[in-house]
Structure formats: C-alpha cells, structure tokens
Design a protein around this ligand. Structure first.
Ligand SMILES: Nc1ncnc2c1ncn2[C@@H]1O[C@H](COP(=O)(O)OP(=O)(O)OP(=O)(O)O)[C@@H](O)[C@H]1O
Ligand SMILES: [Mg+2]
Length: 483
C-alpha cells in the first residue's frame, strides 16, 4: 500500500478539483493506446510516455495523481524504479504496475516497493478501470482523512476541554503527563462526561497525532463482527468475506485505538485482545500469518470494571493491561461551578452558525441550568444550550427557552417528597436548599428567590434557618422532619 503518511504534512485546503490526472507509461504503442483510450473514456485527464525519461519530464511538470507503469520498459529501467523516483518527487502519487509476466514475485515486489496495485497482461478492460478507480478513491479518502486530522487536531487540543474545578484540573495534570507517553489509559465516568473528548485530546497531543485515532465502540457490534473488524480477515474466511480486510488494530498502526465501552466486550474476545496486545500482533481470521502492529490503547467505560472483574464479566489480566493510568471524569452535578462556564462555551459555539453573537442567559435561565441534576452530563447540557439558542427570540435566553424537563427537575429537587407537605413547609424547604446552594449568602439567596432582603430575613427567622449554608449546625424544626 502506498501509505506515505509520515507526518510531513502538506497543507491541503480543498477536495480534489477537476478530473484526476493519470500518466500512462508503456513502451508498446498499441497497449498504450488501449489503456489511454479506456481511461480517457472514464473522464480522467491522460498524459502518456513511452520511456522513463519522458515520463519523468512530464511528472516534474504536471501534477499527476496516478501513474500506470509497465514493469519492463524497453528503453531500459523498470517501471518500479521509475515509480521510486516519482515517489521521491511526490510521495502521494499512486502507482499501478502493469506486467506481462504473471509472476507472483514481481507483483509482490511491486507492492512492497510502494505500488498501490498491479495488473497482468492481458487484462480485462473492466479490471483495469476498477483498479484505477479504487486507487484514486483511496487517494481521495486518504487526503480527506489527513485534512480532517489537521482539523481534528485543532479541535481536540486540551483547551477544548472546558472546566475550572479541582477535579478537572486534576484530569488535565494527568493528561499532560500521559500524552507524552505510550501508556494505556482507562477513562471512566458517567455517560456524557467527556470521555471520548479526553481520549481524542490525549491522542492529538501525543507523538502519534499525525497518525490515526480509531475509535471502536465495543458495545455496538456483535461478537463475531467485532472480532473480524479488530483482527481483519482473509478472503473466504467466512461467508461474505469476498476479499481480504485489514483489521482495525493494523489500520491504527503507529496511531491510537480507542476502545469505547470496553466493559461491553464479550469475554472470549477480551482474551484474544489481551493476547494480541501483549504480543503486538494478531491473526486475521482465516490466516496463519501474524500481522504486527504498534498501537497506543485508550479505553473508556461507564462501568465499574473492578466490580465487573470480581463478578467474572471482565478479564482481570485485561483490566491490568488497559488500566495503567486511570482518568476519572466527574459527573456534571459534582462540578456545578462549571455549569455556567460550559453553558456559555456552548452558547458561543452554537450562536455562530445561527448568525448571532453576544447571546447570553438570563439569571433565571442560569438558575435553572445550575439547579438541574444533569443525568446526561455535559452532552445533555450541550444539547439543551443548542436547542435554547435556536428557540430564543432575542439575544437573551430565558428560563422558558430551556427544555421543560429542566424546570420539572429543578422544582422536584427543591422539594422532594412534597406530597403531604403544607405550602409553608414547602417554602421553608425551598429556602433551606437555596441558602445551602449560595453558602448562606442572604443577599444572593434573596436574589435567587426573587424576594426582598428584609422578607428573606423575616422568613429565615421564622423558619429558624439562620445557620443554613453557613457550615454551622442547622436547626431542624420537628414538624418538617420527614423520612
Ligand atoms: N469538559 C468539556 N468541555 C467541553 N465539551 C465537553 C466537555 N465534556 C464533554 N463535552 C462535550 O460533551 C459531549 C459528550 O462528550 P463525550 O462524547 O466525550 O462523552 P462520553 O463520556 O464519551 O459519553 P458516553 O459515555 O455517552 O459515550 C461532546 O460533544 C463533548 O464535546
Ligand atoms: Mg463516548
């Protein structure tokens, strides 16, 4: 395979424009005419040469996407040598070798030396067309990938992770340390806490940033499919395996593989994966030839893998292997101070495509955001903000622009088990919660409750809430104690 992604990145700013350009190097005039005519009909822009020198001259002058080279050129030199020279000038050019000698050795040598594929004379027209099309598709995908990777690198810097609390600071400190290493990292946390974001940031800050980051969701695929995806397979290994397939472990070579929901990987496969990671090689299905790979392993789970392993659902040895370092992401409700930060961050993100700027949250809206429990964590917050940005009629997002659910929970969490409580009891309970949320700050509490400060003082006295939120032992009015 002509995979020249060695990190010497050239700037690629747009997708392929205009037709692909193909250079045909063939000394037999008739054969050359046939190839040229065939490919021209496919819509490619064609250049042709009968000898190596002439071909190189064209190659230096023109931007060629793909070269079709006869293995034995009569003017001396081989198509493979010529391809080598072309690769020195442009590592991205795709080479297809044409050989009259259907010897498997020369074909294998061609691939080893960086040709994308080979065809043997005589060939079926359709075969030639298919090989060329596949090569160019591969090239386009490869370029696009690299372009995307550059974008991704920008997007997934550490700075893209928002948070100011101690728990997130701690996450950053560990990330900085592990990014520079090749250690396996297990990222744990509830759904939507940013596990994948952290995994990507680690990859894109590591020495492997120029190579692929390949996420694989272990929970989404049935066991046999997951296995063949991971290890690859040989043509004919099972029904439907119509051609060889490179496994993800190999596809991520020199890069990072991210096992998402690793806790959902079936036990039998865990054993195979462990063996592959230890030996740094795996066997594609239907093959006795090991394939070696060099990958960095990042895993994520929202399960308690220690418990899973104690209860026999997760292989202990695999846990040791993937859990060299653990990063635990806090639930959003455990870092309420970050809610405003994150909400504003997402508002900046989502106002832009709406053609707006300087949108903001009303105090009431922010209160709802902070009061909510966020079972879906940052992802849920992000979705809520996006929706509100779209719905808001002015630049200010009001509480009523936020999803209904958020209000319901705010009220519910302010007054759990309210059935049977009097209005007065409810009021006291709500005040108590607010006072705790604002750490006993009476001015803030009055603002949050929307009442005058003097009213607040009166009620605080009446409900004996003087010490709520101040860290002093509170006084519980017997009538308000419920189970
Ligand atoms: N600290 C953060 N700063 C900015 N965006 C964040 C942060 N944490 C999460 N996000 C955003 O929240 C969304 C969910 O994050 P991510 O997909 O990484 O979560 P996850 O933990 O992998 O979730 P799941 O367990 O459901 O797969 C993403 O859009 C991500 O960009
Ligand atoms: Mg995830």
């Amino acid at each position: 395979m002509n995979n020249q992604d060695n990190g010497t990145e050239q700037v690629w700013t747009q997708a392929q424009s205009g037709p692909f350009r193909v250079l045909v190097v063939e000394d037999e005039e008739l054969m050359r005419a046939i190839i040229v005519q065939l490919l021209r009909r496919e819509g490619y822009e064609i250049f042709e040469a009968s000898a190596a020198d002439a071909a190189l001259q064209i190659f230096e002058r023109e931007k060629i996407d793909l070269a079709i080279l006869d293995l034995n050129l009569s003017g001396g030199g081989s198509g493979l040598d010529l391809l080598g020279k072309m690769h020195e000038l442009d590592p991205e050019v795709m080479g297809v070798i044409v050989t009259a000698y259907a010897s498997i050795e020369s074909a294998v040598e061609a691939l080893r030396q960086g040709a994308y594929d080979y065809i043997t004379k005589p060939f079926a027209n359709d075969h030639l067309k298919a090989v060329v099309r596949k090569a160019l598709e591969y090239k386009a995908a490869f370029r696009e990938n690299r372009f995307l990777r550059r974008e991704l690198r920008e997007k997934y810097r550490f700075e893209s992770i928002i948070g100011n609390c101690d728990a997130i600071d701690q996450v950053f400190r560990v990330m900085e340390k592990v990014a520079r290493t090749d250690s396996s990292v297990l990222i744990t946390g509830e759904s939507g806490t940013g596990k994948e974001l952290v995994a990507r940031a680690i990859h894109f800050s590591s020495e492997r940033a120029n190579k692929r980051f390949l996420p694989i969701n272990c929970g989404a695929l049935p066991e046999n499919l997951l296995e063949s995806e991971l290890f690859g397979y040989k043509r004919g290994a099972f029904t439907g395996a119509s051609q060889d397939k490179v496994g993800l472990l190999k596809a991520a070579d020199k890069g990072t593989i991210f096992f998402d929901e690793i806790g959902d990987m079936p036990l039998a496969l865990q054993v195979k994966l462990l063996r592959a990671l230890q030996e740094r090689e795996c066997y594609p299905l239907g093959s006795n030839e090991p394939v070696s790979f060099d990958v960095r392993v990042l895993c994520a789970t929202n399960k308690d893998l220690d418990k899973e392993s104690r209860e026999g659902r997760f292989r202990e040895e695999l846990l040791y292997r993937i859990n060299v370092i653990t990063i635990t992401l806090p639930a959003l409700r455990e870092r309420k101070d970050d809610i405003a930060l994150l909400a504003n961050h997402f508002l900046r993100k989502y106002e832009k495509p709406l053609g707006r700027s300087a949108m903001r949250f009303s105090k009431g809206a922010m209160r709802v955001l902070i009061g909510y429990g966020w079972p879906g964590n940052v992802r849920e917050l992000e979705n809520a903000v996006e929706r509100a940005a779209i719905l808001a009629e002015t630049d200010v997002i009001h509480a009523h622009d936020l999803p209904e659910k958020l209000h319901a929970t705010t009220i519910a969490s302010a007054a759990p088990e309210t059935t049977g409580m009097t209005l007065e009891e409810l009021e006291r309970e709500h005040m108590r919660r607010v006072l705790n949320e604002v750490a006993g700050d009476k001015v803030k509490a009055a603002q949050v409750l929307g009442i005058h400060l003097s009213t607040l003082y009166r009620k605080v006295q009446r409900y004996r809430l003087e010490n709520e939120g101040t860290g002093q032992p509170g006084v519980v009015k017997p009538a308000l104690q419920h189970a």
